[in-house]
Design a protein around this ligand. Structure first.
Ligand code: NAG
Ligand code: NAG
Ligand code: NAG
Ligand code: NAG
Length: 639
């Protein structure tokens, strides 16, 4: 548990660092959408009204809204009162035949998130206790959401609600007639009477004192029955339906809603004009995703929409919509964080070099190039260990447990490794061909894995990545051995470390390669789109290619381990015989390093010690160009 939270924290810090540029993620916008839908669910609290007040946090103070069946609903208070108060009456009196049921459950059946705009379709199941049944109600919602996760605009559409009321209300009128003690011969009349009575009962109960609208229930009924019944899909007009809907909000704020119960209908139940209502553009930002309007760009983008007035789409739309299509596989896109990695590695390398130079005598005596190598060994040990830790964070994925932060950790492990290898390719002068091939293949493999994962959204590729990364992140013992070798640790220890690490890396790499291919065979042998083919081909090509370079690496490491003991220190390679004073800086290493000369003569993939880049080592100056050329690369030279 502690481990998990520490790892979580580490990845969180990393993600904050990496993700601080963007506002909320699409996922967080979805979360807000879910919170919004959840707010309609039956409350566990017995105090329905208090519970409703806590839902205000969903909205921004100055939220703008429209509900197609009602009209404009602006402000945090009215929005909360209307949207959730709508269902309050039915929830409080389940024996009253309310045309609006109580939401019991929902499914978000469609959702698109673009920038800060969400479009979602939510199907609710409404309970009609008196009918002992439920009916579905579909809400289409357009939302814009601010960085504080508050809804700033909403446009809600009750889809097919007219049909719903045509279906539901005729079933309720017998119960209405029963409550009123009248016959249900004329259901139009029943509904009319019922709405007048039920809203007047509430009005008389809550609109008292200064909020009082009528002197008596009879006056209220007498006056409101003069109004049309209206329809439950037009509850913002001057009719009884509007009053019935707002009656359940009276208890929330009598001062605001009681005027709606008057014959004039206050500001709420008013006559509306269809054409004006539809033409009206209520929202300051609009919902033309991803048209993100701020104070600064308001002038430019506010009127950018697709219109028959303009033949072409605005170029501004193209600009604002194109940024959403950028991904790490896009050739015109280069993640700016990459540069930060390089600068970080640069500083780390400088610091390592400085500290070694200061505190390690053996390091001081090394050639400049070998100092660089030791620095690189040290960095590899540190950063592959970090990558190993990050990579293991994602391992619950093998049991089907996925978390985004785990995925980010695994991706970070891959990216750290790629950047490290790339840095090494630039930082070091001489690298053997197999090592260069190994690095380039690894960089390609990791890039392919990350891209495939992002492109397919299939977390299975993360697992492949974890298996594969072991090849790069379990090499620390080798580098400890090589470092010890360079820094002249006790020969026996160095030999032991190198021999063990040779066997260890061989086993780990073989296991990783086999596991990767087995995992591919079990879970990734499908081809739905081109990236699947690319993956299948390259998994095999790169896995085998990498494995071959690594067998070689392990073999060389082992040979060094053997050679260390046999000799005092390996002598200079044949091509550097003139450089006799330089025994300590010529050596044999796992292809990591310059020259390998086993006097035994079995293998000698040699490469010159290229010297004196900084002018400190002038010994190499006497080498001719041809000597230099012929001795670089993978040339086996006999004794
Ligand atoms: C949500 O979806 C499930 C599975 O399809 C279904 O059983 C359930 O009734 C749906 N609920 C609503 C409210 O639509
Ligand atoms: C409600 O409906 C269910 C089946 O839909 C039925 O089993 C139950 O008896 C009904 N309850 C009442 C009170 O009618
Ligand atoms: C039902 O009542 C309404 C309103 O009171 C009235 O206009 C209508 O004529 C009545 N219908 C019948 C069939 O009596
Ligand atoms: C109710 O109607 C009567 C008669 O039309 C009218 O005199 C009275 O002012 C109305 N009361 C209210 C509160 O509107």
């Amino acid at each position: 548990m502690v481990q998990t939270s520490t790892a979580n924290l580490a990845c969180l810090i990393a993600s904050m660092f990496l993700g601080s540029v963007s506002a909320l993620s699409s996922f967080e916008y979805m979360q807000v959408t879910k919170n919004f839908a959840d707010a309609f669910m039956p409350s566990t609290s017995s105090d329905l009204v208090a519970n409703l007040n806590t839902k205000k946090a969903l909205f921004a103070e100055d939220v703008q809204g429209t509900v197609d069946i009602a009209g404009n609903i602006d402000g945090r208070d009215y929005s909360t009162d209307f949207l959730f108060g709508l269902f309050l009456g039915a929830a409080q009196n389940s024996n009253v035949p309310s045309p609006i049921g109580i939401p019991q459950s929902y499914n978000v059946t469609s959702a698109v998130v673009e920038h800060n705009t969400v479009s979602a379709g939510i199907k609710f199941e409404l309970e009609y206790a008196i009918l002992n049944t439920t009916y579905p109600m579909e809400l289409e919602a357009f939302l814009t959401i601010n960085d504080k996760k508050q809804i700033t605009q909403y446009d809600l559409i009750f889809r097919r609600w007219a049909w719903a009321t045509d279906t539901i209300i005729p079933q309720l009128t017998p119960y209405m007639a029963q409550l009123l003690g009248m016959s249900n011969d004329n259901s139009t009349l029943t509904l009319h009477q019922f709405l007048a009575y039920s809203s007047c009962t509430q009005t008389m109960g809550y609109c008292i004192g200064t909020n009082s609208q009528y002197d008596s229930l009879m006056e209220c009924v007498a006056n409101t029955t003069s109004l049309p019944t209206g329809q439950f899909y037009r509850v913002g007009e001057n009719n009884l339906a509007c009053r019935a809907v707002h009656a359940s909000m009276l208890q929330l704020n009598p001062k605001t809603y009681c005027p709606a119960m008057s014959v004039s209908g206050g500001d709420i139940c008013v006559d509306r004009n269809y054409a004006e209502t539809v033409r009206g553009d209520h929202f300051s930002q609009g919902f033309l995703a991803p048209k993100y309007i701020t104070q600064e760009n308001k002038k430019i983008v506010q009127n950018v929409w697709a219109s028959s007035d303009d033949k072409e789409l605005s170029p501004l739309l193209e600009i604002s919509m194109s940024t959403q299509d950028m991904h790490s596989w896009d050739a015109t896109f280069y993640a700016t964080m990459t540069f930060v990695y390089f600068i970080f590695y640069y500083i780390f390398a400088k610091a390592t070099d400085f500290l070694f130079f200061r505190f390690n005598r053996a390091y001081k005596d090394l050639s400049r190039e070998h100092q660089k190598n030791v620095t690189m060994y040290f960095m590899t040990i540190v950063f592959t260990a970090i990558a190993l830790g990050l990579q293991l964070v994602g391992s619950p994925g093998f049991s089907g447990e996925w978390h985004y932060w785990e995925l980010r950790c695994v991706r970070l492990a891959g990216v750290l490794t790629v950047a490290l290898y790339l840095f090494e390719l630039i930082f070091r002068f001489n690298m053997r061909l197999p090592l260069v091939a190994h690095h380039i293949l690894t960089i390609f493999a990791i890039s392919l894995g990350v891209t495939t994962m992002e492109y397919t959204q299939n977390p299975g590729f993360m697992l492949s990545g974890i298996i594969w990364l072991f090849q790069a992140t379990t090499e620390q013992p080798t580098f400890v051995g090589l470092m010890g070798y360079r820094l002249k640790w006790k020969k026996e220890n160095v030999a032991l470390i190198l021999k063990i690490s040779a066997i260890q890396t061989f086993i780990f790499k073989a296991a990783s390669a086999v596991a990767l291919l087995v995992y591919w065979a079990l879970h990734q042998r499908f081809h739905y789109n081109s990236i699947d083919y690319v993956w299948s081909v390259f998994v095999w090509v790169i896995a085998i290619g990498l494995f071959l370079t690594q067998i070689w690496g392990s073999y060389v490491t082992y040979i060094i381990g053997v050679a260390v003991l046999k000799k005092k220190r390996p002598g200079p390679p044949i091509r550097l015989e003139s450089d006799s004073s330089n025994t300590s800086s010529t050596d044999i290493e796992k292809g990591r390093d310059s020259d390998l000369d086993l006097r035994s003569g079995t293998i000698t993939p040699a490469e010159t010690d290229v010297l004196g880049y900084d002018g400190k080592r002038v010994k190499a100056e006497s080498y001719s160009m041809s000597q230099y050329n012929s001795s670089s690369g993978l040339i086996a030279t006999g004794p």
